[in-house]
Design a protein around this ligand. Sequence first.
Ligand SMILES: Nc1ncnc2c1ncn2[C@@H]1O[C@H](COP(=O)(O)OP(=O)(O)OP(=O)(O)O)[C@@H](O)[C@H]1O
Ligand SMILES: [Mg+2]
Length: 248
Amino acid sequence: MSGLALRADRVSLGHGSRLVVRDLSFEVRPGEVFAVLGASGCGKSTLLRSIAGLLRVQDGTLFADDKPIFAPSPDRALMFQDDALLPWRSVRRNVELPLAIRALSRTDRRARAEQWLDRVGLADQADRLPAQLSGGMRQRVQLARTLAGEPRAVLMDEPFGALDAQTRGAMQRLLADVLSSTAATVVFVTHDVDEALFVADRVAVLTPAGIRTLVEVPEPRDPATRGTPLVREARDELLAALFERNAA
Ligand SMILES: Nc1ncnc2c1ncn2[C@@H]1O[C@H](COP(=O)(O)OP(=O)(O)OP(=O)(O)O)[C@@H](O)[C@H]1O
Ligand SMILES: [Mg+2]
């Protein structure tokens, strides 16, 4: 299945009468990993929820493959920072959740869930409950669950924000590896400039006036390029945009 092309055309986002972002336009190419950075409260989660179809835009239009987004769709899966696993279901049955709406036999659902658990290194944890796992393991279950439904776009809201630095690094490498075998388009929200530069093809800084800075990552998802001059240059540009914003 191919990745969705996502597009915002002069979109305003907000809650009730309160506008958070005005006049936002951008395009995410099919299969691209597009990272969004921005100060706390600038509207990153609001943007993801809008792309997910959980929140109406106030003005303009969001498109998925040139079709306006009006409602949630299994094509666009949202993965949260906090733990959204069902505590009473085993790890395997959590991963099976997005498969329930597909016309798959029980055996196929189970096989697909186990395949994804294997992919994230948790094949031996399938029968345990979420509470019996560490935070990093639970995020891996969430990643498996999100991808098991074969969404055409994955919307990740600071998915590794609650993890310690070491686990976070491992999750970034796992994600990079897993993404190499899916065609899904990814919108990845993070606070962490280095995480964005490792995971994404392009990195944008979101401000109340739309996207301010957009950089192309020289060698996405290649651990060898961390700290190379081109990546450092991109990093400086992003940090400058973030600080300028905070100072304003
Ligand atoms: N359900 C809501 N109702 C009303 N206002 C909201 C709601 N959710 C968020 N907001 C407001 O919208 C603005 C943007 O919030 P949002 O959660 O999108 O920011 P964010 O960029 O994701 O921040 P963070 O980096 O802290 O997660 C904030 O001012 C917030 O208070
Ligand atoms: Mg947020």
